[in-house]
Design a protein around this ligand. Structure first.
Ligand code: AMP
Ligand code: ZN
Length: 112
């Protein structure tokens, strides 16, 4: 499968990895929208939120456990941050591998 985030998870293409465990990998966004902009993904391919089901949903809790650790590591747990997962065309999803953006390090816009 020609999926760029699967390639990152498999270390076939380089990325700035900030966290990794058995199920989850997190790396810096190539085009950061905030001082801290990290993408957290399942190592297994799931295309989007639409594809989460009772078989694979355990990884979503693993992702949020990872987010909890990453925000402490990045020193934004107290100042605050936003977690976003874009889905589909109207959600402006450009990479079809489930991912959660962590955005922080500055006061974010209240509007979208
Ligand atoms: P989305 O629009 O929610 O699908 O977000 C995809 C994100 O992936 C964008 O913020 C891109 O900047 C980011 N991105 C795309 N390719 C890479 C890459 N090779 N390494 C890191 N981030 C990437
Ligand atoms: Zn993938």
């Amino acid at each position: 499968m020609n999926c760029i985030f699967c390639k990152i998870a498999n270390k076939e293409i380089p990325s700035q990895i900030v966290f990794e465990d058995d199920n989850v990998i997190a790396f810096k966004d190539l085009n950061p929208q905030a001082p801290v902009h990290i993408l957290v993904i399942p190592k297994n391919h799931i295309s989007s939120i639409n594809e989460i089901n009772s078989e694979n949903s355990y990884v979503v809790s693993k992702i949020f456990e990872a987010i909890n650790k990453i925000v402490v590591q990045e020193n934004i747990s107290e100042s605050g941050y936003r977690v976003i997962s874009n889905c589909g065309e109207n959600g402006c999803q450009t990479v079809m591998h489930l991912h959660f953006h962590i955005l922080g390090g500055k006061k974010l816009s209240e509007t979208f």
